[in-house]
Every structure is written in C-alpha cells, then in structure tokens.
Design a protein around this ligand. Structure first.
Ligand code: ADP
Ligand code: LRH
Length: 489
C-alpha cells in the first residue's frame, strides 16, 4: 500500500469546502484548501440553493487541491436538481427549508397511511423528505419536462464527470428506499406517483463514478485522468463513518447546521413505537443503518446570530459563548426538535415566543438566548440518545460529538451534563474525513474495514473528552428539564 492524496468536496448548509486528505496505511491528514459560503437565494417567493455558485466553489477548490488520486462529493440530503432531455438543469434546486411541502404528508397519507410508509421506508417524518418535495412539484412544468432527477452530490458529480448515478446513502433520505432491501420501494413510489425512472442507477460508497471531464481538467488545471469515487454522499453518512469510536457501544451526535443524534445499527428498527418517536433509519456505508433523530441543531444559533448581524466568526463566538456559559443553567428551554424552527427568520423572537407559550422566562439578550439554545440542544441530544437506546434495545457508554459543534465547548460540556455520559468531541470535519476514508479504502491505500478507519482516526486525531460535571445543573435538574420538554411534545 502506498500513500495518496484525495480530494473531498463537502457541501454543508452553512458552507461548502474542499479538503485534501493525505492518507497512508497508518496516517490520515486532512487539510482545508477552500471554504466558501452557501447562501440560499429567494426568488419568486421560493427559496433556492445557489447551485452554480456552489459548483464554482468546487472547481476553485479542486484547482487549489492540486494533484489527487481521486475526488469524492458529499452534501446535505433530500434536495435535487432536475435535468431535461438534453441533460440541462431545469431551474435552481429548491431549498429544503422552502414552505412548498406544506400539506404534502397529508396528501400522501390518503394513499399510503403513515404507518405503512414507515414500515416500507423507516424514515422519520420531516416535511421536506424528497417524496413530499416531488408531491409539491407534481403539477409543475419543470417536473413534466424532467427526464432525470439528480440528488445534490450526484448533480455535482455529474457536472464533474458527465456520468449519472444515484448514491445509495443519500437515496435513502428520499423516502423511496426500503432499508431492508436497500433498494427502491415500488410500493411507496406508486403510492406517491413518483416515476422511479427519473433516478439514474443506484451506486454505492466505493463505486467508481467516472472521471473528471476535459472541461473540468481545463478549469482546475489538473492532469487527467482523475477518477471520481462514490462516497457516503449524504454528509451525515460520511460524518458517521468518521466517528472515532473504539467500541461498538457508542452514540453519536453530528452537530452542524443540524444535530443528528443516534446509533449505528446493523438492521433497521421499523416498529410503530419507533415511528411515533420520529426516529429515522438512513442507510450508511458498509451496509449500516443510521438510526437517529433530526434536531434543529446550531441552525438555531446561526439564525439568531444572523438577526444580530453577526457573521459567525470565531471572534464573535468567543465572547457570546463565554457570556452564555456564565448564565443560570436551564432557565429557559425550548423543544429543539420542533419543526416550528425550520424556516428562516426572526429566530430570537420565535424562541422567546416558544418560551412564553411554555410558561418559561423569555431569554434576555443574545447571551441569554444563546444559553437557551444550547441548553435546549443538550436536552434534545439527551432525549435522542435515551430514546434510541430504548427503541433499539442497546446500551452505550460514550457519546461522540462530530461536526462544527465540536468548536462549541459549552455545547459539548452541556451535552455531557445532559446525557450523564462522557462526550468525546472531534473531529469537526468528520464528513470530509469519512469522504476521504471511503476513497482511500476503495483505492486500496488503507484496509477496506470501517473499524480500521475508526481506530486510525482515534489514534491520530486530537480528541477532547468532556465528563459530566454537575457545574451546569445537577443530574436531577437535567432529568426534570428533559421530562418537561418531552411532556410538551
Ligand atoms: P454544515 O456542515 O451543516 O455546514 P458545520 O458542521 O460546518 O455545518 O457546522 C457549522 C456550525 O459550527 C456553525 O453553525 C457554528 O455554530 C459552529 N461553529 C463553527 N465554528 C465555530 C467556532 N469557532 N466556535 C463555535 N462554534 C462554531
Ligand atoms: C445535514 C443533513 C441532514 C439532513 C438535512 C437535510 O447536513 O444532511 O442529515 O436531514 O441535512
């Protein structure tokens, strides 16, 4: 085995980045070569992704990356672009936070009851699941003209290679995949009126996904051939593949724009109790299942900071989190799992209103509001970790936190306190690492074994452990606050 460099394109809802990973049999070093903002744009009343700006960011990043053995692309889930008969993109992809899917779940329920939908897909109800987005687009001229549907990372891969595919981990977020067969569900597609022929063939993490097109080589200054390799193209699949766990008894929380909190399982949990608890069974790399719940995540804080006209730089986080850390714990708490916080805008006011409705004090100023958000996230993390263990009948003794939230020490400490378990924090760029690791395995640089990757990461990454401290409320106070949030659901 010889060392090689790989490029990971990781498009998050907050920013896109291109990272390179230098991988040897016993080493994996990640370097950020380009980061660019991801700014959604509202036109004609619809919230869109600025997909061409993102693609330009990818090209700029690949130019800076220099020679690589392969490229892998991952991004946020559920969203897609439609191609016409000439392979041209029809309109800008719509953002999952757009309100167009309102009422769509009810419409699908008329042909397929929610219980059956869950039994076939194991997917939690989220208003923006692709199946509902397609329901909302049903009578559009765009969908009528569409000959292919490409999920976001598959669209970027297509623009890089000219090759079309549907990567499985991300396909599992459409709510059209059956997690038992790991293939399309004809039953759901028929009930929802979705022609599965729109989707290019399924491919799996590690599969070859084409080579950079001549025009891309020109644009990036790279010498061909440069292969593109399918990775866990759902960013959360890649992030969980890079959780540096030492044993199987772990829960993870991927904290970025979202908090995705749960367990890695060998089989889906499709019980009615699991459906009612709104747990999802997304597909992971190596035949795993990501059993988790979506929590609003640091989006709550991001949106507050946007309304305070703060750009979210480390210099702005530092004083805000210091002040928030000195506030009274658990004074104001909201349900950070509530989809009422999904849409953008007026976030501090909406959080204040939710506190008032729950009979709790309205948080005061930015520090008070930030503290309310972080206490609320910690409680939602605890509820998800607790419920996942009960529903999947497993026990864990550590919680791994990965993603941008690793930079937020207060959130990591509060999560340890809320869960009553040690939190191992890191890496912050887990999705990019998981992306690189899958490429390195596919190209034979490291052994083709998920456990090996996790051990390698555990041995080489700077990780920080937070023990439950009691400094931010006693175990009884956390239990009481968590019970109150649960009771309000
Ligand atoms: P995504 O992949 O969804 O774009 P990230 O994993 O990059 O998100 O995480 C972004 C979040 O990380 C931000 O919303 C912010 O709350 C947090 N974050 C990033 N840098 C810092 C920092 N220096 N201090 C505290 N939090 C930070
Ligand atoms: C995180 C994420 C998450 C999805 C959401 C749409 O970036 O992929 O796993 O639920 O975006």
């Amino acid at each position: 085995r010889t060392a090689a460099r790989f490029a990971a394109v990781d498009l998050g809802a907050s920013s896109g980045r291109v990272m390179t990973g230098a991988v040897g049999p016993d080493s994996l070093e990640l370097r950020e070569v380009h980061r660019f903002p991801n700014r959604p744009v509202r036109t004609g009343g619809t919230l869109h992704w600025d997909i061409l700006a993102l693609h330009q960011g990818v090209l700029d990043g690949l130019r800076r990356a220099g020679p690589v053995a392969s490229v892998g692309v991952d991004s946020w889930a559920v969203d897609y672009g439609l191609l016409d008969a000439d392979g041209v993109l029809l309109g800008n992809p719509v953002h999952y936070r757009d309100a167009r899917t309102e009422g769509m779940a009810g419409r699908l329920a008329e042909t397929l009851p929610p219980q059956e939908l869950y039994a076939h897909t194991g997917l939690q109800y989220l208003p923006f699941n692709t199946v509902y987005q397609l329901g909302a687009a049903r009578d559009s001229a765009q969908l009528a003209a569409a000959r292919a549907l490409l999920l976001i990372p598959d669209l970027i891969s297509y623009w890089l290679t000219g090759v079309r595919g549907t990567e499985l981990t991300n396909a599992s977020t459409t709510q059209l995949i059956d997690p038992r067969t790991r293939d399309w569900s004809q039953t759901v597609a028929e009930a929802a009126g979705v022609p599965l022929s729109l989707f290019p063939p399924l491919r799996r993490p590690g599969d070859a996904a084409g080579e950079l097109l001549p025009e891309v080589l020109d644009e990036t200054g790279l010498d061909g051939p440069v292969p593109v390799t399918a990775v866990g193209s759902h960013d959360t699949a890649s992030a969980v593949a890079a959780v540096p766990a030492r044993s199987g008894r772990f829960a993870y929380i991927a904290t970025g724009t979202w908090s995705l909190a749960g367990l890695e399982l060998a089989e889906p949990v499709l019980t009615e109790e699991s459906r009612r608890a709104n747990f999802t069974n997304e597909l992971g790399v190596d035949g795993t299942v990501r059993y988790l719940r979506n929590i609003m995540g640091l989006w709550l804080l991001q949106e507050c900071m946007r309304s305070w006209e703060s750009a979210g730089s480390p210099q702005e986080f530092e004083p805000l989190l210091r002040d928030a850390g000195s506030r009274t714990p658990l004074r104001s708490v909201v349900d950070a799992g509530d989809p009422e916080f999904l849409a953008p805008g007026r976030m501090p006011q909406r959080i204040g209103e939710a506190c008032r409705r729950a009979g709790r004090p309205v948080p005061d100023g930015p520090a008070g509001t930030a503290r309310c958000v972080l206490d609320s996230l910690a409680i939602a993390h605890r509820l998800a970790v607790e419920d996942a263990q009960r529903l999947a009948d497993t026990e864990v003794d550590v919680v791994h936190v990965v993603g941008g939230g690793v930079h937020n020490e207060l959130l990591c400490q509060l999560t340890a306190d809320a869960c009553g378990l040690p939190v191992v924090a890191g890496p912050a760029e887990a999705a990019a690492l998981g992306n690189v690791a899958v490429q390195a395995r596919a190209h034979g640089v490291i052994g083709d074994d998920a456990g090996l990757v996790r051990r390698l990461l555990y041995d080489t990454l700077p990780l920080r452990t937070y023990q439950p401290s009691g400094d931010h409320g006693s175990p009884q106070e956390w239990a009481g606050a968590a019970a109150a949030v649960r009771a309000g659901r």
